[in-house]
Design a protein around this ligand. Structure first.
Ligand code: FES
Length: 112
């Protein structure tokens, strides 16, 4: 295994997107982006349900930061890749939970 600096977990379970189909496509898109930028040194892993789903797009977790994203669509995924994984700046408005801090916004509150 290559040395990596971050581990990204993405849920491709059946409730984040319909039957996980769009989540799987987004996981593959993320892989293409990572492969195109080997300097990112990202390990990515697809997971099954993380038990926090509400049809709000695939859940994406980034370690070592312990940041949990509601990755709503491809645009949000592009932002997370560009701003967090490449730029090192977390995308606060897409985060719903932080390791050691708990939930940062209530579920269903789109303004959070
Ligand atoms: S199906 Fe993704 S968190 Fe449950």
């Amino acid at each position: 295994m290559r040395t990596h600096t971050r581990h990204v977990l993405m849920c491709v379970g059946p409730r984040c997107t319909e039957n996980g189909m769009r989540a799987q496509a987004m996981f593959e898109l993320m892989g293409k982006k990572i492969d195109a930028s080997p300097d990112m040194r990202i390990k990515r892993t697809r997971t099954h349900c993380m038990a926090v789903c509400r049809n709000q797009g695939p859940i994406l977790v980034v370690y070592p930061e312990g940041v949990w994203y509601r990755c709503v669509d491809e645009t949000a995924l592009e932002r997370i890749i560009a701003e967090h994984l490449v730029g090192g700046q977390e995308v606060d408005e897409l985060i719903f939970h932080r390791l050691g801090e708990g939930d940062t916004c209530p579920w269903g509150d789109d303004d959070a």
